[in-house]
Design a protein around this ligand. Structure first.
Ligand code: FAD
Length: 336
């Protein structure tokens, strides 16, 4: 049994200060649905937990201003059920309600969702030293490369890591050009979601552009009419309560049948939420057909680097994107 100190913070500054005083061995805890798992597996071993679940105002959801705002402490279930989000940004609502289970979504926060760790089986099951993992034990190697890699990434892979970025919500946020608000000992700053997630390269243990002790306070999204023609399309081994094999977040601005602007991001296939820039560029100004959507979708997989058992993700991923584009274009993808 290892003793763990528990602190309930009342304000963001109190939380940041408590983290600094714990000298690097602290973790923030929100819903706890990921962190407690990782502690039980021996992957996370904090000596101090700083509870940020009840920080005042942390669960604020604001859809009234010139941008959408989600406090990091807002529950996944609450955001997924916000009526104006369901109506005007179905991709955001769907990315949340297609994730995890209702019980988990009632506990888990949208801030914690951003920071969840990979579900790579070698990362999660090797804490006792059975499998090397550069993400868990930097420099130890990667058992997934050349191992059982059916669920691993094909995009953004390096010689050190091919673990999939697991979250659904970050994929939708990437398509919507979200910005992440952070507060640390040095003050407040915002970072674009593209800069927030790191490629593994030779340092797969560095996943987020965060300084030690920084706290995510909120997420903002510029408002866009493209939200109305949007979808989050998630393909998995079973239809609920499973992580994505491939997913696509798509939002379209259309002029009749012509695409004025496309927002496309991929999940389940890459080491970070993946902006499908090639697909977006090929769709712009085009009259939409399924064949064109599939050609554009395939372009985002040109740099794919599959292993022995996950080549299928290239075709599955492209077809998932193409289907999502056609669903989004219909603009009838609303849940009442
Ligand atoms: C069985 C199961 C199935 C799941 N399926 C899916 C799925 O299909 N799709 C999907 O996207 N997710 C899935 N999840 C993951 C789930 O969505 C996450 O566990 C959840 O979103 C994490 O939120 P939390 O508030 O519980 O985070 P916590 O567990 O409290 O924290 C997670 C991490 O974030 C840090 N943290 C939390 N909040 C902040 C903050 N504001 N600032 C700085 N650091 C912070 C913590 O220190 C910790 O490292 C699944 C989880 C389980 C257990």
């Amino acid at each position: 049994m290892r003793p763990v100190r528990y602190i309930r913070a009342r304000t963001v500054l109190e939380a940041v200060d408590a983290f600094a005083q714990a000298r690097g061995n602290a973790r923030y805890i929100a819903g706890g649905t990921t962190l407690y798992d990782l502690m039980k597996l021996g992957i996370e071993r904090p000596t101090c937990l700083i509870d940020i679940a009840t920080l005042e105002g942390a669960d604020r959801i604001d859809t009234e201003g010139d941008r959408l705002f989600f406090g990091a402490g807002a529950l996944m279930a609450d955001v997924a059920e916000t009526r104006s989000i369901v109506r005007d940004y179905p991709l955001l609502a769907q990315s949340l309600w297609k994730a995890a289970s209702q019980q988990l979504r009632n506990m888990a926060t949208v801030g914690g969702n951003l920071l969840q760790r990979t579900r790579c089986p070698y990362f999660r099951n090797g804490a006792a030293g059975v499998y090397p993992c550069n993400k868990r034990d930097p420099g130890s190697g990667c058992a997934a490369i050349g191992g059982l890699d059916r669920s691993q990434a094909v995009l953004g892979v390096s010689d050190a890591c091919n673990a999939v970025s697991p979250g659904d919500w970050p994929v939708a946020l990437t398509a919507m050009n979200a910005r992440i608000e952070l507060v640390g000992l040095d003050g407040a700053r915002t970072v674009s979601i593209d800069d927030f997630y790191q490629l593994p390269g030779s340092t797969p243990h560095i996943e987020f552009a965060m300084a030690p002790g920084e706290i995510v306070t909120g997420i903002t999204i510029p408002k866009t009419d493209a939200g109305r023609r949007s979808t989050y399309h998630k393909i998995r081994d079973r239809e609920s309560y499973a992580f994505a094999l491939a997913s696509a977040a798509v939002a379209l601005s259309m002029d009749g049948d012509e695409v004025r602007q496309a927002h496309v991001a991929l999940g389940g296939v890459a080491t970070r939420p993946w902006r499908a820039s090639e697909t977006e560029a090929l769709l712009q100004g085009q009259t939409l057909t399924y064949e064109r959507a599939l050609d554009a979708a395939r372009a985002s997989f040109n740099g794919a680097r599959p292993g022995a058992h996950n080549k299928f993700k290239i075709e599955l991923g492209a077809r998932t994107v193409a289907d999502a584009i056609m669903i989004a274009a219909r603009g009838t993808n609303h849940v009442a």
